[in-house]
Design a binder for this molecule. Structure first.
Ligand code: UDX
Ligand code: UDX
Length: 478
């Protein structure tokens, strides 16, 4: 943007990070704001090529209805590019939507977020931006990250003083609450849009963009730190609900109650609400574990040890729940699964996405592989290469020798191929297709006595049992 024109409406947006958040978010923004040119950039050239691919089945992110939006907007007002500097230079507003994984070494390893990419984005913006530029944090970040971005950018503002085109930056926080699998609907009809920031002109400009499709009463404005913290707390509350209901599932299994009935009974209380009460193999995805652990780190930093322990338990229960399911499988299969073929239905961390980050499926498969089971995986959307990379890493960790590695697992998009000769089927992702299977045919292909372990409660237990297969599902009353 040209200097001294900060009253103008936004015409050019750049988003750094063409991942699960940046891609769909910018696609919807471009679709709703035909007068704004949106350029999504990424350092990963291969990913950008896939976003630009003629074949819409090759988009790097699978999300229902995404390809239709890409078709409508791409090369019109939505562009995917590797030319990061140029996109920043032309932008009035730059969204930072890069990943912030948990640090694996150094201070805060295992809990704090690795902010090296956010920091390098801030520097890149500082170098390349021309004129007044609004920088918007989209990524979920630890509280006070905006201060880091501010400090870095203020150096570039100062160093450009005296030049004709003085840069001025405003920093906003605008966390994304979309849930994968329903991202498009969540972006088109969000419960709320949260904007944190002090510079009212910048806040208004971002509000103006959202006014194109979001009613004003849904836009909540706060200070920067409340906005950053609200995103962390939102995810922590959601994760806490899942750990709570999974702990209740274990009580149900012991006591003769049924977790589905308990969920319904408690969820009918408006104060509790119906959503997010499905017991399962635990939460996965890029956010929940990372954000809760971030919160734990923050609490310890502030000396709030009891508060930290409280939130940490949410993550500990999640892993405990996965180990619990794995132990039940081994125990039902006569305490031995070495050499047995186990069919795993679903590898994505939830249905309607090809994302596998922190997938419960991966965690449970890893435990089963450590018992030397042979795993046959089915998933309708996850790329086989993704599974291969992850399992290769896990097999190395559990010290399976190289010669055996590729005999330990198979992948197929054909259900019947997957179950052929299997002793058990473990349903780990709630893909719709798994609730409408021909159990008679599946049973005829399996080795008996055979089992179905339904960790998502999505199959008809009577049909499974009638076909001659033993049945276990999460949360009791089998
Ligand atoms: C999410 C959210 O944005 C964030 O809130 C959450 O904290 C973690 O992950 P997501 O879009 O799901 O991000 O991550 P991902 O699909 O990995 O996309 C991030 C993209 O940023 C990648 O394509 C990566 O190549 C790109 N990137 C990363 C850059 O372009 N530049 C960088 O410096 C770092
Ligand atoms: C989450 C938040 O919902 C979203 O607001 C935030 O922006 C990013 O993190 P996402 O991880 O995409 O979104 O999916 P979500 O639907 O929240 O599911 C997370 C995990 O919890 C999945 O593994 C899912 O299977 C599990 N889950 C969810 C349950 O086990 N039971 C439930 O009742 C709901």
């Amino acid at each position: 943007m040209q200097a001294n024109e900060d009253y103008r409406t936004i015409k050019n947006i750049c988003c750094i990070g063409a991942g699960y958040v940046g891609g769909p978010t910018m696609a919807v923004m471009a679709d709703k704001c035909p007068n704004i040119r949106v350029t999504v950039v990424d350092k990963d050239e291969k990913k950008i090529n896939l976003w630009n691919s003629d074949n819409l089945d090759k988009l790097p992110v699978f999300e229902p209805f995404l390809s239709e939006i890409i078709k409508r907007t791409r090369f019109k007002n939505l562009f995917f590019s590797n030319d990061i500097n140029n996109a920043i230079k032309n932008a009035d507003m730059v969204f930072i939507s890069v990943n912030t994984p948990i640090k694996t070494s150094g201070i805060g390893a295992g809990q704090a977020s690795n902010l090296k990419w956010v920091e390098s984005c801030a520097r890149q913006i500082g170098e390349a931006a021309e004129g007044y530029t609004i920088v918007v944090e989209k990524s979920t970040l630890p509280v006070k990250t905006a201060q880091t971005i501010k400090d870095i950018l203020s150096f570039y503002s100062l160093s450009s003083q005296g030049s004709q085109d003085k840069i001025k930056f405003s920093i906003l926080s605008n966390p994304e609450f979309l849930s994968e699998g329903s991202a498009i609907n969540d972006l088109e009809n969000p419960d709320r849009v949260l904007i944190g920031g002090e510079d009212q002109i910048a806040v208004n400009k971002l509000k103006d963009i959202y006014f194109n499709w979001i009613p004003s009463e849904k836009i909540i404005c706060t200070n920067l730190w409340s906005s950053e913290l609200s995103k962390l707390i939102s995810n922590a509350f959601l994760a806490q609900r899942i750990s709570s209901i999974n702990s209740v599932a274990a009580i149900c299994e012991e006591s003769g109650a049924d977790v589905r009935e308990v969920s319904k009974a408690i969820g009918s209380d408006r104060r509790i609400g119906k959503e997010f009460l499905n017991a399962g193999p635990g939460f996965g995805g890029s956010c929940f574990k990372k954000d809760v652990l971030n919160l734990v780190y923050l609490c310890r930093h502030f000396g709030l040890e009891e508060v930290a322990n409280y939130w940490e338990q949410v993550v500990l229960i999640n892993s405990w729940n996965q180990r619990r399911i794995y132990k039940i499988i081994v125990q039902k299969l006569f305490g031995n699964i070495a050499g047995k073929k186990l069919a795993v239905f679903g590898y994505a961390f939830k249905a309607n996405t090809n994302d596998t980050r922190e997938s419960p499926s991966r965690a449970i498969i890893k435990s089963l592989l450590s018992e030397e089971a042979i795993i046959a995986i089915h998933d309708p959307k996850v790329f086989e290469s993704q599974i291969s990379n992850e399992l290769e890493e896990d097999l190395t960790k559990i010290k399976i020798n190289n010669a055996s590695k590729n005999k330990m697992w198979t992948f197929s998009r054909d259900i019947y191929e997957t179950v052929k000769g299997a002793d058990a089927i473990i349903i780990l992702t709630e893909w719709d297709m798994y609730s409408n299977l021909n159990w008679e045919k599946i049973s005829s292909l399996m080795r008996h006595p055979a089992w179905v372990f339904d960790t998502r409660s999505i199959v008809n237990k009577v049909e499974v049992r009638t076909s001659g297969i033993n049945f276990w599902r999460i949360g009791g009353s089998n």
